[in-house]
Design a protein around this ligand. Structure first.
Ligand code: AN7
Length: 366
């Protein structure tokens, strides 16, 4: 039955948009992977662009939230991983490797499982949110914890993949960016053209670079008549692109973007500049405040790093660095809230405990 329904489309080489709507298939003319390659996909992408009603009113603009936590492994990384792993398998790789603050690890692990190849992930000890570590382990990756930072891990992975027959799937791999351009296409497909501002968190700086590539490609193809300005946000304790130098010991509650030497830093700065936007930094308190607002005012639960884009938008409006009145703004929220349950338990009031009686409940409600 399964084969009958899905056989050729899923396991064969045929890829058409209706049969198999992962990002490689949805935008085959725009994402550069070998056409003959068997796509390794979990039907990633096609995430909702949710109107943020309360925040729109507060800001006097039209704000949408691109909810990337609804990708198969709970973050935007899946868009790039489908392309990187498809290409790696096509070129004969039997092992993939990455350094990660967590989401890349979980995503690489899932796509490696899908492809039936080995996956080794290097993570900074004690600095990876629980849901990400659980994901990587569940998908069967080999998790190696190092007593160093993400940046130390990436240095190690670069060296290992140069020396050994292992494919690197961090965002220095150009196929990662290829796949991640898909998010820009999706936004334009929904809005009809690019927004005035695109706001997102910046860590290793691959995603902001990919969005800019994507918007420009769509513009060149005549599929949007305008380009957005990019507003990238780093955490104050991990803001090398704002400060202009490498941060040796980055620190932030937003562990996903706890990165001191972004591999795509120069490309990201050039992209922000070319777009007429900029990269800014906000405090952990501002990140947590935006994170709370998204959940309690909009019903959108994300991991803290994901709220950095909104935090940067709110801070930049507050500081009169930008004026978004009447404009169309998209905030990309990059990872699901369930990735980091501990932060909720640390921040929220513990649940009330009651006797199981109506009297106790009435008492509580009053
Ligand atoms: C939720 O997983 O670097 O600027 O190793 O997990 O493209 O690096 C994660 C990054 C934003 C920053 N939001 O994106 C990793 C990793 C979330 C993230 C970023 C990450 P880039």
């Amino acid at each position: 039955m399964f084969r009958q329904l899905f056989g050729r489309q899923v396991f064969g080489r045929t890829r058409t948009a209706t049969d198999w709507p992962g990002v490689l298939t949805r935008y085959p003319d725009l994402i550069d992977v070998p056409a003959q390659a068997r796509a390794i996909t979990l039907l990633e992408g096609n995430t909702p662009l949710i109107p943020a009603v309360t925040l729109s009113e507060e800001l006097g603009c039209k704000l949408w939230i691109k909810y990337e936590g609804l990708n198969p492994t709970g973050s935007f990384k899946d868009r790039g991983m489908t392309a990187a792993v498809t290409q790696a398998v096509y070129s004969g790789a039997e092992t993939i490797m990455c350094a990660s603050t967590g989401n890349t690890a979980a995503s690489a692990a899932a796509y490696a499982a899908r492809a039936g190849i080995r996956c080794v992930v290097i993570v900074p000890e004690g600095k990876v949110a629980q849901g990400k570590l659980a994901g990587a382990l569940a998908y069967g990756a080999e998790v190696v914890s190092i007593s160093g930072s993400f940046d130390d891990g990436l240095t190690l992975v670069r060296e290992a993949t140069e020396k050994l027959p292992i494919a690197l799937v961090n965002s220095i791999n150009p196929y990662r960016l290829e796949g991640q351009t898909s998010a820009a296409y999706e936004i334009v497909d929904v809005l009809g053209s690019a927004p005035d501002w695109l706001c997102l968190p910046v860590g290793n700086a691959g995603n902001i670079s990919a969005y800019w590539m994507g918007f420009k490609r769509y513009w060149e193809a005549g599929r949007t008549e305008r380009l957005p300005r990019l507003l990238g946000t780093q955490a104050e304790g991990a803001a090398p692109l704002v400060k202009g130098y490498v941060i040796k010991q980055p620190e932030t509650v937003a562990t996903a973007i706890r990165i001191g030497s972004p591999a795509r830093g120069e490309q990201a700065l050039a992209a922000a500049d070319e777009s007429g936007g900029f990269i800014t930094a906000v405090s952990d308190a501002a990140i947590l405040s935006a994170w709370r607002q998204l959940a309690t005012q909009e019903g959108i639960f994300v991991e803290p790093a994901s709220a950095a884009g909104l935090a940067g938008l709110l801070a930049s409006v507050e500081q009169n660095r930008i004026d978004v009145k009447g404009q169309r703004v998209v905030c990309v929220v990059t990872g699901h809230g369930l990735k980091d349950p501990q932060i909720v338990l640390d921040q929220a009031e513990p649940p009330a405990t009651l006797e199981p009686t109506m009297a106790a409940l009435e008492d509580y409600l009053a």
